[in-house]
Design a protein around this ligand. Structure first.
Ligand code: SF4
Length: 339
């Protein structure tokens, strides 16, 4: 498996509070000993010099790492990939997918932030489990990519093993990264599910900048399946470029030919159509010049404030195409949802 180079931040911004936590001390000393510039900040949400900087600096800020303490830990109900979304150990990402939903929320501040108070997070989950009293699934990667974060902190392996000890709780996460070797011997006890997010090779290379290659993601899914994890496939986001039918047909064929036979029998799909924001457009035009423009005014309609999604008819026709593809290539798979 080809592994992306380990993420070495150009600069580390940290809250002093992190030094009250073992992981915080470890990360602080690791980067200080590497002679990386360490900049104290008051609040990971509100870094003044980043807020004031021009948008062109987006790519530079993606090379930063912010270390902080997460305050809000309450799980919130969800009706799609999990029963609850849990605020977990990271937010943001070092990759630069040109449609990234995080840019809509954090704009230039969608760089990788790591929160060092993981014990408090798992305790919040344990309280929720006690309160609900029945088996539920908890999404731990809704604001970041946990496989990427794991290469820095080991937090995903830690979380998988913590969930492995719990009753009435399953953990789930989606990823566009393939660095799963560390996770293969984790004591997951059947309590973790990985959803590998895929797209046609062309989209990954041109639009999902800085993420793992398609073949590596497929290999990661196979390895995790062999290690006993439940595996799902996210086609996320579906992007309707001019020749989208051919590209996605090829993708299904490739998945069908390369995923383990037994894995395919337990596979489920989540289909998520692209939403694109003004914020993405603003950043892409100045910071990611030359990338493909994924906004198609003929196919998209406004969706809420500053966002666009595919028009009703176009989306429905495309959804039918995906249902047919899944029925043909993966007859025993179920589609969990299309959104
Ligand atoms: S991998 Fe996910 S979080 Fe990272 S830039 Fe891409 S869409 Fe955003």
């Amino acid at each position: 498996m080809i592994i992306l180079k380990a993420f070495i931040p150009q600069k580390v911004l940290y809250q002093n509070e992190i030094l009250q936590y073992k992981l915080g001390q470890e990360l602080y000393h690791r980067y200080k000993n590497m002679d990386i510039e360490m900049v104290p900040i008051k609040d990971h949400h509100n870094v003044e010099f980043i807020k004031k900087a021009p948008d062109e600096k987006f790519v530079e800020f993606k090379k930063y790492l912010v270390l902080g303490v997460r305050k809000s830990l309450r799980p919130t109900p969800n009706e799609r990939s999990a029963d609850f979304i849990v605020p977990f150990t990271s937010s943001g990402c070092s990759a630069m997918c040109t449609y990234c939903y995080l840019v809509c929320n954090f704009f230039k501040g969608s760089y990788l932030r790591i929160f060092v108070n993981r014990e408090e997070m798992i305790k919040a989950i344990q309280r929720k489990i006690k309160q609900v009293g029945e088996e539920k699934t908890y999404e731990i990667g809704s604001t970041s990519d946990m496989v990427l974060e794991n290469t820095i902190t080991g937090n995903l392996k830690w979380a998988i093993e913590e969930f492995g000890k719990l009753e009435k709780a399953k953990c789930t996460f989606a990823t566009k990264f393939s660095m799963v070797d560390e996770l293969l011997d984790a004591k997951h006890n059947g309590n973790t599910q990985m959803r590998i997010s895929v797209n046609p090779d062309y989209i990954i290379r041109k639009i999902e900048i800085g993420t793992s290659k398609l073949h590596d993601r497929i290999n990661a899914a196979n390895s995790m399946y062999k290690a006993g994890y439940k595996i799902g496939i996210n086609i996320a986001p579906i992007i309707l470029l001019d020749n989208w039918q051919d590209m996605y047909r090829e993708l299904f064929e490739l998945l069908s030919n390369n995923l383990e036979k037994e894995l395919k029998k337990q596979l489920f799909f989540e289909l998520i159509f692209m939403t694109y924001g003004f914020a993405n457009d603003t950043i892409n035009k100045v910071a990611l010049k030359g990338t493909i423009d994924v906004f198609d005014k003929d196919k998209m309609r406004p969706k809420g404030r500053g966002k666009y999604c595919y028009d009703y008819g176009i989306r429905e026709d495309a959804a039918d195409f995906f249902r047919q593809m899944i029925h043909y290539y993966f007859p025993s798979s179920k589609i969990s949802y299309i959104v």
